[in-house]
Design a protein around this ligand. Structure first.
Ligand SMILES: C[S@@+](CC[C@H](N)C(=O)[O-])C[C@H]1O[C@@H](n2cnc3c(N)ncnc32)[C@H](O)[C@@H]1O
Length: 502
């Protein structure tokens, strides 16, 4: 791809397998036990009023646009693997839903998708059949109701009656009786009262407890806990951070946009990245510098791992490679820094449309569609190589509300094999004395330390202390790697290893 048209390039494209909610283990509670009758242990029944509000008369159900949109989004996620954060804006625009209704629809859909692991455990306690035996359209409507009851300030009677109307309109009046019965039982307790009932005690089963309490698949909880050195309380803080919507992080590409320009557009300077800023509100696409690809939306850790690669001192520094460049977040920043230094970036991605996005994100770089495992370049041709490897993405779960239920632990052997092959090629691509950054947006030990350990065991490369190149960032771990965390840094959980070729 050449650099014609680059400035004004069109930038508009910007199974619950593996222990998903239906498959998660509950903590030794008897589903058929006393809770079904609404007599379980727990505190006062502060939500008792919902029972009254939940009984709908025979009148016509009311169509609520926000709840219908939230419901349709959940069905699209379930039925056709839609990405919630991509589909929601389209859905709202098509239906001309704006303002508070749009905010409500988004909160209900995203909150329910995130929380449904916990909600299914509660539904199981309040139903005569397990969630996996409930018709998925009905189950999604009930989950939306549970979210409103237990995680929003919507009055219980309104949450129940709106859900029953939704079920009557979208599923049928027969199922609405079942939904009503379940929701009335759910409404008898607050979330704080439900959790000790549905989650196993943390002392007996820390992973099971955290999985239910923070609505994550158990295998992900175990992997994150291992990456945090077994610290259960810190794992809880991480899972809580995963349940928060991330702030919108921006990067001002150096030499093309100043931080002041982003601040003038309403952003606040970031804590660590010298080029980073956070947008508290508003549409980042409306910022002129972003429309012109001089700035971009980019996680702060993603900026910092790219900057760390540029900070390692080198003698002779002209040729840089980004082996997995699409959609171009890191390539956009590397290209800007390379241009300032008189170096030249080559970006590659195996997928055409992602290579095209990298091309749109850069101004001077050459971008090619190429499979990194079959290199289109000579060995030893580069001074700096970025390998931002394909991975499970366990460090970016907060970005997509449904992502945690889509990840599959069975993908790990295949991914780690690819990561090893790509890292081998990266080490071949860099000249002796040159440096490789191995990056994943996953902290999973099999994708991070294990891969680097295997590829450096033969002494081919020296592992640098990556933290030394990020002196402004505390809490990156014991080294020699740098590990970012959402709960510590407010960023994705990015992993960085810096390797100098011997
Ligand atoms: C984690 S993403 C890279 C993100 C990118 N560096 C950024 O900052 O925007 C991984 C990329 O690797 C690409 N990829 C996967 N297998 C590849 C291969 N064998 N060769 C080159 N690229 C590959 C994917 O298409 C994907 O775009």
């Amino acid at each position: 791809m050449n650099s014609d048209n680059r400035g004004g390039r069109n930038r508009s494209e910007q199974n619950r397998a593996g222990g998903g909610p239906a498959g998660q283990r509950r903590g030794g509670q008897d589903r058929a036990g006393q809770d079904r009758a609404g007599q379980g242990r727990g505190g006062p029944q502060r939500r008792g009023g919902a029972g009254q509000g939940g009984r709908r008369g025979p009148g016509k159900p009311v169509r609520d646009e926000a709840r219908n949109a939230a419901y349709d989004l959940m069905r699209a996620v379930d039925e056709r693997d839609a990405y919630a954060n991509l589909l929601m804006p389209t859905l709202l625009r098509q239906r001309k839903i704006g303002g508070r209704d749009a905010a409500l629809a988004t909160e209900l859909a995203y909150g329910t998708l995130r929380g449904l692991g916990t909600y299914d455990e509660i539904i199981a306690m309040c139903s005569d059949r397990p969630p996996e035996e409930v018709d998925p359209p009905l189950l999604d409507a009930i989950r939306l109701g549970v979210h409103q009851l237990l995680r929003t300030r919507i009055p219980a009677h309104a949450a129940v009656s709106a859900t029953i109307d939704l079920v009557r309109l979208r599923v049928g009046s027969g199922p609405s009786r079942y939904a009503n019965a379940v929701l009335r039982k759910v409404a008898t307790r607050t979330m704080e009262e439900w959790l000790p009932i549905v989650a196993p005690p943390r002392e007996d089963d820390p992973v099971g407890n955290l999985a239910v309490s923070y609505s994550h698949p158990a295998w992900i909880v175990a992997a994150l806990r291992d990456a945090l050195g077994g610290d259960v309380e810190e794992t809880a803080a991480l899972l809580a951070a995963d349940n928060d919507r991330p702030r919108v992080a921006l990067v001002a590409r150096p030499g093309r946009c100043s931080l002041d320009e982003l601040v003038a557009a309403g952003a606040e300077p970031a804590a660590y990245s010298p080029y980073g800023a956070y947008l508290r509100e508003g549409d980042p696409g409306a910022i002129q510098a972003i429309g012109e690809a001089r700035a971009a939306v980019q996680d702060e850790a993603s900026q910092l791992v790219a900057l760390a690669l540029t900070r390692v001192p080198l003698e002779g520094d002209a040729r840089w490679l980004d082996m997995c460049a699409g959609p171009g977040g890191k390539a956009g920043l590397l290209d800007a820094v390379a241009t300032q230094r008189g170096a030249r970036l080559l970006g590659a991605d195996v997928q055409y449309h992602r290579a095209r996005l990298a091309w749109q994100a850069t101004a001077e770089a050459k971008i090619v569609v190429a499979d990194g495992t079959e290199p289109a370049w000579r060995p030893g041709a580069f001074d700096r190589v970025m390998l931002d490897a394909p991975c499970t993405g366990l460090g970016a779960l907060r970005r997509r509300p449904e992502a945690r239920w889509r990840r599959d632990p069975r993908s790990i052997p295949e991914l780690t094999a690819l990561q090893r092959r790509l890292l081998g090629v990266a080490l071949d691509a860099v000249r002796p004395g040159g440096v490789v950054a191995y990056v994943t947006c996953s902290p999973h030990l099999a994708e991070t330390r294990a891969v680097v350990g295997d590829l450096t065991g033969d002494g081919r490369a020296e592992i640098l202390d990556a933290r030394e190149y990020l002196p402004e960032v505390p809490g990156l771990g014991d080294g020699p790697y740098a590990q970012f965390w959402p709960h510590r840094h407010g960023t994705d959980a990015m992993f960085l290893a810096l390797l100098r070729r011997r």
